[in-house]
Design a protein around this ligand. Structure first.
Ligand code: ZN
Length: 221
């Protein structure tokens, strides 16, 4: 896979497969992560540049359990997520870790930045990603969109039925979000899901939107 549009800035994306439930952390050049599980083995993928921010797809514990470790190591990191995911970060029952071996509660609420549908997050160098609300798997699922990539978390995992039978799941909403994601993918975007269903994908390039005023709506953070 290569970037589609040479006029846009492209960056490298690496996949890390976490030890818990094969959830994925996607590492974007510049120190940005999509979701955060194991931290120690992830560090070499950051190429010594450290971490700058985490874009959360949602707040289930298999996508967040490394956050305290990461934020302790990198004081400048902010976590970008929906208001619902913020609640999950701060509540072990909502993030479901309570029902597993190690309850997880996020220790740094002051470093959370809440995003809405359409919010654009500035990754530096004039590049941005856009939050797209894709609820259903949880009420606060976010798909992070660039010009040619969709980081969908558990809202869309190709070949896998969307899980909606966890607390607060909503099948109808999930189906609507799936259609939305498919329409965005049909415009030429590749889906990078929240669990590792395609081990052949290790490293790729994506294009980032380089013109903030191209945002359909929403503010830039
Ligand atoms: Zn999930």
């Amino acid at each position: 896979m290569t970037a589609l549009n040479l006029l846009e800035q492209t960056i490298k994306v690496k996949k890390y497969r976490n030890s818990l439930f094969s959830s994925c952390t996607w590492v974007l050049d510049g120190g940005w992560l999509v979701d955060c599980g194991d931290v120690e083995p992830l560090l070499p993928l950051l190429d010594g540049q450290g971490a700058r921010g985490v874009l959360l797809t949602h707040g289930h514990f298999d996508h967040i359990y490394g956050l305290n470790d990461l934020l302790e190591r990198f004081p400048e990191v902010r976590v970008y997520c929906s208001a619902w995911a913020r609640e999950q970060l701060l509540n072990a029952k909502l993030n479901i870790s309570f029902y597993h071996e190690t309850p997880f509660v996020f220790d740094y609420p002051e470093r959370i930045v809440v995003v809405d549908d359409g919010t654009r997050v500035d990754l530096g160098d004039g590049n941005a990603v856009t939050a797209v609300a894709t609820p259903g798997h949880t009420p606060g699922c976010i798909t992070w969109m660039t010009d040619d990539a969709l980081f969908t978390g558990d809202a869309c995992i190709p070949g896998v039925r969307v899980v909606t039978n966890l607390p607060h799941g909503d099948k109808q909403l999930a189906m609507r979000s799936l259609e939305h994601i498919r329409s965005l993918a049909a415009e030429g975007r590749t889906i990078y899901p929240g669990h590792d269903v395609d081990p052949s994908v290790l490293t790729t390039n994506i294009s980032l939107s380089s013109h903030p005023n191209r945002a359909p709506h929403g503010e830039i953070l």
